[in-house]
Design a protein around this ligand. Structure first.
Ligand code: COA
Length: 150
């Protein structure tokens, strides 16, 4: 598997990006403002993430997604580790990520990759998404913010 930056003239893998965020408008905005990396596997794109600078020396990992047939094989962890390395090499000092209170697997993944919970944006998903989101039998209401000093 090779992880590389998306070429400037290459279309972003929207099907994968939309797995992480159902809003095409938000996804397009992130991709435009950030750096998009893809993992190639057998001639196809198996995973993606986007790094978006937010504040001085701080970057946010957004839209990480692994294609459904490749999930659960450690690719998500490799993508997070790659994002941390790229952020460090670009001179950022802090990397942040956010996920829903119902995203149990994602909360496990980020903490296993060294992120610590820093805050909760209460009712973020209620305010920003029209449809109710339910995962793992839990109503997704709050954004859990995590970060890591790098
Ligand atoms: N409890 C404990 N650990 C859990 C868990 C749970 N409920 N669910 C997942 N994990 C752990 C796994 O065990 C694994 O850790 P391990 O290697 O120590 O066992 C780790 O989390 C993730 O495994 P990995 O195989 O690297 O993840 P993945 O390749 O399936 O990718 C996602 C993870 C989230 C990127 C992938 O599921 C995905 O694309 N989901 C849809 C898009 C999405 O939700 N993106 C994130 C938006 S915030």
């Amino acid at each position: 598997m090779q992880i590389r930056r998306l070429a400037p003239d290459e279309a972003p893998p929207m099907d994968l990006l939309l797995l992480a965020d159902p809003s095409a408008q938000m996804v397009e905005d992130y991709v435009r403002r950030g750096r998009c990396y893809v993992a190639e596997w057998n001639g196809g794109i198996a995973a993606v993430y986007v790094l978006v600078p937010t504040r001085p020396k701080t970057v946010e990992l957004v839209n990480i997604a692994v294609s459904e047939e490749h999930q659960g094989k450690g690719i998500g962890k490799r993508m997070v580790a790659h994002a941390v390395e790229i952020a460090r090499s670009l001179g950022f000092k802090t990397i942040e990520v956010g996920t829903g209170n119902s995203s149990v697997g994602q909360l496990a993944l980020y903490q296993k990759c060294g992120f610590r919970i820093t805050g909760i944006d209460r009712d973020f998903f209620v305010r920003h998404y029209e449809e109710d989101i339910v995962e793992n039998g839990i109503h997704c209401r709050d954004m859990i913010r995590l970060s890591q000093d790098i």
